[in-house]
Every structure is written in structure tokens, then in C-alpha cells.
Design a protein around this ligand. Structure first.
Ligand SMILES: Cc1ncc(COP(=O)(O)O)c(C=O)c1O
Length: 394
């Protein structure tokens, strides 16, 4: 079958491919520790599940309004206003099935072929994939390890041109766990203020951070009218399979995204939205407990990685990923990730799965139990004989 030419330009998210590879090894009887998957290993909190069940019993099983139920959009608007220090209302909110559709729809609504998009690299692979798919021009921004994996602002300024149409930010970030400092956001806002650009601020990890809430670019002067905040329920409330997310954006963009929704999904599942309402308005202790547990695991993970020859890991401030520099092993990141899976039974992702600037790094998700993390570290340490002494730099 002949597919459209644009299909040759779309990428993928290799976490799902590694997961399939790891599962195939498990079928052969191998014991695999899964540190490749980007989803919390906690169940959805019980009061949210109950709200979902109740909604099904009450008949929330039909189509709903395309942009989401008004009561739910209201709750999202007040949550986002409160947490970001901005004033938005329900008409700025579009509810969609997960965080990913916000990326797809906003880019689809804004980008023309040839438009330049500045985005983090290493970064969530879907950004680059959709940029290429739409025929726009990718302008990767290398993240700087010694700057907590934030941008270098001079480099950022030098990448802005008259063709720049979109800037994608992701803080806290996948795959690095880095956060963009408030002062850096202020300087970026100053650089963007007079420009006709859209900022897609992917804040899906906004609640998973270890030292005070992350800053958003949205409240800076002149930014609200150019910014779409992406957030959702997958990570914060451990609801990846419910498929529930939202974008908060200027009204004309919200109307465009709503049109794309009506042409693709009609609406987001109704009972799922009722569960989301319970998540936002109900007790938040389960989130706090999850983040505390992630913090414990992060500390064990980072300390353990730093004790392995050839690995050097900075302490991530957010999300649930460790992103060690593995150049000291002398092994290319992709080869090392394959080796860890096949020889140590530890599934992780090569930094290059997140873009070319991910070479020299691997990503471990610590959304797994402390026992498994400790065992994974011991297995990697045992394998380190393979590279100790073979100091070929890559
Ligand atoms: C940075 C980032 N943005 C968006 C998403 C998508 O989230 P969802 O599963 O809600 O579509 C993810 C998921 O891994 C992510 O890491």
C-alpha cells in the first residue's frame, strides 16, 4: 500500500520499542528490571477510581462537549490560575485525551512548512517528530548539563530568527529531570516579547518536583497571549491509561484546537473527565506521598549511579528520571543501553532516543520500587568490568 509522503517524516517514541524488546526477553524467561517506562508505578488514587466508577454507573457514557465539560474546564482554569499565578477562564481550556494531543494539535494549528521551531534536545521525541511531520524546520536547543540541563541563554538568543514561529519549553523535563530557573524564563520572555511566536510550555511534570514548584513562562509580561500550557493527569495522578490532559491557551488557538478535536476525537471520554474533576478537587495527599517516594528513590538512584565507574549523574530537580553522563564508559549510549538490557537485564533508554544531543547519556526512570532500583544498580556495577580500563572517549 502506498502511504502519504509525510509518513516518511514522522518519528516515534522508542520507549515503547524498548518495552517490547524487554517483554520479549521476559517471554524467554529472562528477569528484566524495567527502568525504561515513563509512567508512575502507583495505582490511580482510590477516590479518583471511585469517581470514575460512579460516573459509569450514573451514565456518563455518551458524547460530551468537544472541549470538555464546562464544570471540568472551570476547575482546570482555576487550578492553573492558582498554580501559575495567571488569570485564565474555562474558554481558554481544551480537554483532550492525554498531554500528547496538545502537542500535536497546537503544532498542527500553528505551523506552516518552513516555520522554525526551537525545542529542547535531548527532549521528548514527539516534539521533533511532529515538527518534521508538518514540514516545519527543527531548531534543536542543546541542554547544558552543568546548567542543570537548562538552556544556555546566549545560544537561545542566537537561534531566534524572523522564521521562528514556535518555542517549546519543558520544565521539569523529560529525559533530564532538569528545570528552567525563573531568572532564565524572565530573560527568555524578554527575548520573545516583541516576536510573533507561540510558546508551547509542556508542564506535564509540574507537580513532580523536589525543591519548590517550578516556574512557568506564562505569568511573565506579554507571555500569556502567546503561551499554551500543556498539563494533564497522566503523571500527577498516575492516570496514564485513562488518557486525560489539557491545554490552556489564548482563545483563538483554543478554538482551532477544538476544531481539530471535533475532526478527530469528537470529545474526551466523559467518565474519565469526571474522574479528573475528582482528582483536581479532591485530596492531594496521594500526590504528595508519591512525590516523597520518588524523592527517596531519586536519592538512591543518583548515589548508586555515581558509584559506578564511568557514570556521572547530576541530581535531577523534577520528574522521575535520572540522566547520567556515561561518556566515561567509552561506550556509545545506544550500545550501552543495549548492553545493559541484554547482559544485565536492566531496561533503560539511550540518550539518543531523545535527540542527537543525548549522545553520552542514558535515561533511567525511577518509577520502580526501591528494591528493584537497588538490584538494577548492583547488576550495572557488576557489568562495569566491561568498560573499566577501556577508556575510549565517545
Ligand atoms: C514531556 C512529556 N510531555 C507529554 C507527555 C505525554 O503525556 P500523556 O501520556 O498524558 O499523553 C509525556 C509522557 O511521557 C512527556 O514526558
Amino acid at each position: 500500500m502506498k502511504l502519504a509522503a509525510r509518513m516518511s517524516r514522522i518519528g516515534t517514541e522508542s520507549a515503547f520499542e524498548v518495552l517490547a524488546k524487554a517483554r520479549a526477553l521476559e517471554q524467554q524467561g529472562r528477569d528484566i528490571i524495567h527502568l525504561e517506562i515513563g509512567q508512575p508505578d502507583f495505582p490511580t488514587p482510590a477516590h479518583i477510581v471511585d469517581a470514575g466508577k460512579r460516573a459509569l454507573d450514573e451514565g456518563w457514557t455518551g458524547y460530551g462537549p468537544t472541549a470538555g465539560f464546562p464544570e471540568f474546564r472551570d476547575a482546570i482554569a482555576s487550578y492553573v490560575s492558582r498554580t501559575r499565578g495567571i488569570r485564565v477562564s474555562a474558554e481558554n481550556v481544551v480537554v483532550v485525551p492525554g498531554g500528547k494531543p496538545v502537542i500535536f494539535f497546537v503544532m498542527m494549528a500553528v505551523l506552516e512548512a518552513g516555520d522554525e521551531v526551537i525545542y529542547p534536545n535531548p527532549g521528548f521525541p514527539i516534539y521533533e517528530s511532529v515538527i518534521e511531520f508538518l514540514g516545519a524546520t527543527p531548531v534543536p536547543m542543546p541542554l547544558v548539563e552543568r546548567h542543570g540541563f537548562s538552556f544556555d541563554l546566549d545560544t537561545f538568543a542566537s537561534k531566534l530568527t524572523d522564521r521562528t514561529r514556535m518555542v517549546i519549553l519543558n520544565s521539569p523535563a523529560n529525559p533530564t529531570g532538569g528545570m528552567i530557573p525563573r531568572d532564565d524564563l524572565a530573560r527568555m520572555a524578554a527575548l520573545l516579547r516583541g516576536r510573533d511566536v507561540v510558546v508551547l510550555s509542556d508542564e506535564i511534570y509540574s507537580r513532580i518536583c523536589y525543591g519548590g514548584p517550578p516556574a512557568s513562562i506564562a505569568p511573565f509580561d506579554g507571555m500569556l497571549e502567546k503561551t499554551c500550557i500543556l498539563d494533564g493527569f497522566s503523571k500527577t495522578y498516575s492516570m496514564t491509561g485513562w488518557r486525560l490532559g489539557y491545554g490552556v491557551m489564548p482563545r483563538p488557538l483554543a478554538q482551532a484546537v477544538e476544531l481539530l478535536m471535533v475532526n478527530s476525537n469528537s470529545c474526551t471520554a466523559s467518565f474519565t473527565q469526571r474522574a479528573g474533576l475528582a482528582a483536581l478537587t479532591g485530596p492531594q495527599e496521594p500526590v504528595d506521598r508519591m512525590v516523597e517516594e520518588f524523592r527517596r528513590r531519586r536519592d538512591v538512584m543518583v548515589e548508586g549511579l555515581n558509584s559506578i565507574p564511568g557514570f556521572r549523574c547530576t541530581v535531577p530537580d523534577g520528574a522521575f528520571y535520572a540522566f547520567p553522563n556515561v561518556r566515561g564508559t567509552g561506550i556509545a549510549a545506544g550500545t550501552l543501553a543495549d548492553l545493559l538490557l541484554s547482559e544485565a537485564g536492566v531496561a533503560c533508554l539511550s540518550g539518543t532516543a531523545f535527540g542527537a544531543y543525548g549522545e553520552g547519556y542514558v535515561r533511567f526512570s525511577y518509577a520502580n520500587s526501591l528494591d528493584h532500583i537497588t538490584e538494577a544498580l548492583a547488576r550495572i556495577r557488576r557489568l562495569a568490568d566491561r568498560w573499566v580500563g577501556a577508556a575510549v572517549q565517545v
